[in-house]
Design a binder for this molecule. Structure first.
Ligand SMILES: C[S@@+](CC[C@H](N)C(=O)[O-])C[C@H]1O[C@@H](n2cnc3c(N)ncnc32)[C@H](O)[C@@H]1O
Length: 240
């Protein structure tokens, strides 16, 4: 792992990093349990869309315990993946998992709003369940555009709100009541699993997210709803 970098600059950043650090020990278990393992399928879908090729370089931003980065490497060993996150306990878990898998995964402790990478250094940037935590979404998207080469792709996998149907109604009850309860019991952290539905509800819907991406220099934006709209996979290309 890289040398420690300065803490996230803002109070919001520090409190988000502290929250994820606190739940790091139970993060993987809860992820798979609360999503009934669907999170793995969603990441696999993101990796298939990323379609890594030998020699390409990818950034898994907000890598957490490294699942998306490791899924990219499992698909294409000939590419290079860097994982970045501002929670050291999450990165330590990612490092252990990478070592167990025998996968080369450099990990960088960094804030997504001020990335320590040169302009145009990646062919693709992927973020799974990270962007809704950003204090300034636009600044995060500009940073992603900056570190991508022209024509490079960004993939954002994020929870979303299924609308209208009975399924949507039942899911909202689960997401706002059941999930925080199970999350609190397993992780013993009441805040983190109340924070999750709150940030999902506050995240821009696809048409608004498209405007943010376009303002940051992306084009060809598409949104693919997954599992009835519980999650959405957004894809865009850096065009300027
Ligand atoms: C819900 S977890 C997702 C982890 C992983 N991508 C996955 O698919 O399981 C969100 C991660 O984003 C990280 N994160 C949130 N905001 C960040 C920021 N501004 N800079 C760097 N990491 C951030 C947190 O520390 C946490 O590890």
């Amino acid at each position: 792992m890289s040398a420690p970098r300065p803490d996230p600059a803002t109070r919001h950043g520090r409190s988000v990093a502290a929250m994820f650090s606190a739940i790091a020990p139970t993060y993987d278990l809860l992820n798979h349990l609360l999503s009934l393992n669907t999170d793995r399928r969603w990441r696999d879908r993101a990796v298939r869309r990323l379609a890594p090729r030998p020699g390409e370089r990818f950034l898994d931003l907000c890598t957490g315990t490294g699942d998306l980065a490791l899924a990219v490497l499992a698909r294409e060993r000939g590419c290079a993946v860097v994982g970045a996150d501002f929670s050291r306990p999450m990165l330590l878990r990612a490092a252990r998992k990478a070592a167990r898998a025998g996968a080369p995964l450099p990990l960088v402790e960094a804030d997504a709003l001020a990335l320590p990478f040169r302009d145009g250094s990646f062919d693709g940037v992927a973020v799974a369940f990270g962007v809704r935590n950003f204090e300034e979404l636009d600044r995060g998207l500009f940073e992603m555009a900056r570190v991508l080469r022209l024509g490079g792709r960004v993939l954002l996998l994020e929870f979303s709100q299924p609308r209208g149907s009975l399924f949507g109604f039942l899911y909202r009850i689960y997401f706002t009541r059941g999930l925080p309860l199970v999350g609190r019991l397993v992780s013993r952290d009441a805040h983190a699993y109340r924070y999750l539905p709150a940030t999902v509800q506050g995240f821009p819907p696809p048409p608004v997210l498209t405007c943010h991406l376009e303002a940051a220099g992306f084009g060809s934006v598409t949104h693919l709803p997954l599992t009835g709209g519980i999650a959405t996979l957004t894809e865009a290309v850096r065009i300027r």
